[in-house]
Design a protein around this ligand. Structure first.
Ligand code: SF4
Length: 320
């Protein structure tokens, strides 16, 4: 299936059968420098005639994004303070994060890397230096592929990169953080990638990113089954987003829906305070109340940890 990265805002609104009045009320910004981008699969999960659809809210550029909000910055998790060589972030003990791709299948409005300097940081020409860094530091046991979205890479490039990581003897685990299996399951890597996965010596973890049960579908379930059969541990992280998933029944439904597809809820992230996303923020007290209510409804293994990535800490900070 082809993607539709150039879908204009007007085309999208027409496809979703929104009225002129509804479009006006949304206060859309069609000229955002972080433009609208949506995959066909994600579009198929958005309900027509629903201007407040929780999936639509995640991808629609709004004028409110231009408002400056106190405490919000362009690099809210200090990626660039832990950047020993381009494409590599070494913030956490024993683990490094490799920015494998500058691209994503969709543009999430709350993305904490929406201002990340991908043109300087994410390029195949930086990979060898990053791999040399990993080779030289024997305390590193896990490589995390991130982005952008590493699964938006051409499958050949992705497999070539992970084979190079696998060749470093002290690496034990490959973790992939990706939204592709959720938002574009029809284009997620399968053939060569799963061929590699079935025979690798590495532990394999796939952390997907799903915020609402409506993002899950029959194609995501089928894909997860294939990844699981190839030996991946499947986890999910969500971002707590005002107007999208900040209700206990929505979060409860999400945990059950993920588990039904073989994925365990891992993190519920408080929003990273990136410029342009302040309107999505849920206050900490509300987040903690929600999580407490969620704890009453779910078995422990379906309860994601409520955490925040704070600039001062080199670990995810639990909020409770
Ligand atoms: S898929 Fe991930 S990296 Fe890409 S825009 Fe969305 S949140 Fe950001």
């Amino acid at each position: 299936m082809t993607k539709c990265p150039n879908t204009s805002v007007q085309q999208l609104c027409d496809t979703l059968q929104l009225t002129d009045q509804e479009v006006k009320t949304l206060n859309i910004d069609a000229s955002s420098p972080f433009p609208l981008k949506i995959s066909e699969d994600f579009l198929a999960q958005i309900q027509a005639k629903q201007p407040n659809d929780p999936l639509l809210k995640q991808i629609l550029p709004l004028q409110v994004e231009h408002q400056t909000a106190k405490g919000f910055s362009q690099d809210p998790v200090s990626d660039l303070a832990f950047n020993p060589t381009p494409s590599l972030i070494h913030k956490y003990h024993g683990r490094v994060l490799l920015i494998a791709s500058p691209k994503c299948d969709i543009h999430c409005r709350y993305c904490f890397r929406r201002h990340f300097p991908y043109s300087e940081q994410s390029n195949i020409r930086h990979w060898q230096k990053a791999l040399d860094y990993i080779q030289q530091d024997k305390s590193i046991h896990e490589v995390i592929l991130s982005g952008g979205d590493p699964m938006s890479l051409a499958e050949k490039s992705l497999v070539s990169l992970i084979q190079k990581i696998e060749a470093i003897p002290h690496i034990q685990t490959l973790r992939i953080h990706s939204r592709t299996p959720i938002v574009s399951p029809s284009t997620a890597p399968i053939n060569e990638f799963l061929g590699w996965a079935k025979q690798t010596r590495l532990n394999k973890v796939l952390v997907v990113h799903c915020n609402h049960a409506n993002e899950l579908s029959v194609p995501t379930a089928k894909l997860f089954m294939r990844y699981k059969t190839a030996g991946f541990h499947l986890l999910n992280q969500s971002v707590l987003l005002k107007g999208v998933n900040d209700q206990v029944d929505i979060l409860e439904t999400l945990s059950h829906a993920l588990f039904k597809q073989g994925v365990l809820p891992y993190y519920l992230n408080q929003l990273d305070r990136v410029q342009g996303a302040a309107h999505f923020e849920v206050e900490n007290t509300t987040a903690i109340q929600l999580h407490t209510q969620l704890r009453e409804k779910l078995p422990g293994y379906l309860l994601p940890q409520l955490v925040q990535d704070l600039q001062k800490n080199t670990y995810k900070t639990p909020l409770m």
